[in-house]
Design a protein around this ligand. Sequence first.
Ligand SMILES: Nc1ncnc2c1ncn2[C@@H]1O[C@H](COP(=O)(O)OP(=O)(O)OP(=O)(O)O)[C@@H](O)[C@H]1O
Length: 223
Amino acid sequence: MRDAGLPLDVCDLVLTGDRGRDIVTIPRLTVAAGEAVGLRGASGAGKSSLLFVLAGLTSRMQGGVLWGETDIVSLPPDARAAFRADHMGIVFQDFLLFEEMDARGNAAVQAMFRTRAQRAALREGAERELAALGLSDTGRRVDSFSGGERQRVAVARALAAKPRVILADEPTANLDRATGDRLIEDLLRLRDGSGQTIIVVSHDERLLRRMDRVLVMEGGRIV
Ligand SMILES: Nc1ncnc2c1ncn2[C@@H]1O[C@H](COP(=O)(O)OP(=O)(O)OP(=O)(O)O)[C@@H](O)[C@H]1O
């Protein structure tokens, strides 16, 4: 089993956008290891921007974002990328799939960056998650998949390596009810089994209801 989830400690965080505008301002936010937290709020409230910060996908942040002992704000971009690859599974709002690869290849894409010894486990994890999400025909190129199918590939990719942290932006948005429910069960099964920390942006009440805690964002702040 992989290590359990990482705790998060955000301190005096400011994310600055173009023209110097503050997009996200968080004086303090702590999430326990293994906690499942929902983030909700109106469009433009800063939810996706906060996920980007937590994933270390921007250099325009100030303050502290500690995952365990590691402050990703103070890491250079290549070290942030390595930390992300080692510890995080991310579901982006627009999925970011490799269009010319099949579902299986996309779900196991991190294998390209792993050692030979790690590749088999990652491919196995990808197959397991694709099956758990009910996706068949995994040898087909993803550019021919529907929105919901693409979403399932993106989620399988995020979960394949059993990361210590899962960050997801609207993971159930394109899914029918049954598939959405399956995804929610899958996320919680991971958390209950190996204690992953989960932070999910969503408007889906069924998903939010299952989280340990739901935070509301407004104007770049948690209210
Ligand atoms: N690089 C940037 N420069 C300036 N403003 C930005 C930048 N990135 C995002 N914003 C603005 O910051 C605000 C928050 O955007 P964000 O995408 O985080 O909102 P959101 O809560 O995720 O919205 P949605 O639910 O519609 O996805 C928006 O007004 C957006 O236009």
